[in-house]
Design a protein around this ligand. Structure first.
Ligand code: PHE
Length: 338
């Protein structure tokens, strides 16, 4: 009996010492200290032992029980501690690792060029005006001396919303809107988005224009040439030659297109300028008397010039971009280069 108690105690202590997890320790507790454990059975069988042996055996069993319980609680504390250490190690953050960093953005190339163009005119004393992108056909056409059904409407592939409501095809309607409200002298630029039913490598259905106009007494074609030459040289380089070619717009008379010496071949002739040595940049002209009449100005008293340019085209020329779509896809790999 005595040996059996000793053997049980040793077996229990060894098993408890070998447990590696709280779960296996719980199993050992049930096995060695539970209600149905061998030790408990031994305790019950003490009744059949000789009466003089009983106190000694009882003390032995109790001593074994205490030892086992002590071992259980000691092992439990040790296991808990090591499980916690493992958990902390697993959750550890290496604060010396470099951070992910936030990518710094910058202004879109179209906006950069638009800002640059606006700044040049603002330095010359022009003020900014804006108008709606959804326009009536009156402001987009009629007021600009383009009557309904007139073939000149074909110059603009228009996106209509309703019969007389459309997406403006140019920023020229802002001329009418400003002149209806204000009296000369006026020096205005009107930047903004415009829309046309056009789409290829150099045409996008949405693009950006910068309109400008100046009205006063005795404004001449010389004022137009001087102002636009200065603009084009600030934009493309002081050394650049500029030329004006006769053209036609219903809202200007006479009209002219302004060209700048080819940015790629410097006038020698290349693929970009189609061997002409010149790149067309903007449309312009002296404001047509019919436009003045539409806004209630006296064409005998006032004269003025107007111009309009595509900012997308200028951006493409300045940066050597060969497809307009790149400006609208917003692929950062492309945009990062500017
Ligand atoms: N509105 C014209 C266009 O989009 C450009 C222009 C503006 C021409 C002002 C002359 C005067 O084609």
């Amino acid at each position: 009996m005595e040996d059996k108690i000793k053997q049980l105690k040793e077996e229990a202590l060894k098993a408890i010492g070998e447990t590696q997890t709280i779960a296996s320790l719980d199993e050992a507790r049930i096995k060695y200290a539970g209600k149905k454990s061998d030790l408990q059975e031994l305790l019950k069988s003490l009744g059949s032992a000789a009466p003089e042996e009983r106190p000694k055996l009882g003390a032995l069993v109790n001593e074994a029980k205490t030892a086992i319980e002590l071992a259980l609680s000691g092992r439990k504390a040790a296991l808990q501690k090591s499980e916690q250490t493992k958990k902390i190690a697993a959750e550890k953050v290496d604060i010396t690792m470099p951070g992910k960093g936030i990518r710094r953005g910058h202004i879109h190339p179209l906006t950069q060029v638009m800002e640059e163009a606006k700044a040049i005119f603002i330095r010359m004393g022009f003020e900014i005006a804006e108008g709606p992108e959804v326009e009536t056909d009156y402001y987009n056409f009629d007021g600009l001396n383009i009557p309904p059904h007139h073939p000149s409407r074909d110059m603009w592939s228009t996106l209509f919303i309703k019969d007389d409501i459309l997406l403006r095809t140019h920023t020229s309607p802002v001329q009418i809107r400003v002149m209806e409200k204000k009296k000369p002298p006026l020096a205005i630029i009107a930047p903004g988005r415009v829309y046309r039913r056009d789409s290829d490598a150099s045409h996008s259905p949405i693009f950006q224009q910068l309109e400008g106009f100046l009205v006063n007494k005795q404004v001449t074609f010389g004022d137009l040439k001087g102002t636009l030459t200065e603009f084009l040289r600030q934009m493309f380089g002081k050394d650049k030659n500029v030329r004006f070619r006769p053209s036609f717009f219903p809202f200007t008379e006479p009209s002219a297109e302004a060209d700048v010496e080819c940015v790629m071949c410097k006038g020698k002739g290349c693929r970009l300028c189609k061997d002409t040595g010149w790149i067309e940049i903007l449309g312009s002209g002296m404001i047509d008397p019919n436009v003045f009449k539409a806004v209630g100005y006296d064409p005998e008293k006032y004269s003025g010039f107007a111009f309009g340019m595509g900012i997308d085209r200028i951006t493409m020329l300045k940066y050597g971009i060969d497809n307009i779509r790149l400006l609208y896809e917003n692929d950062v790999r492309f945009l990062e280069q500017f």
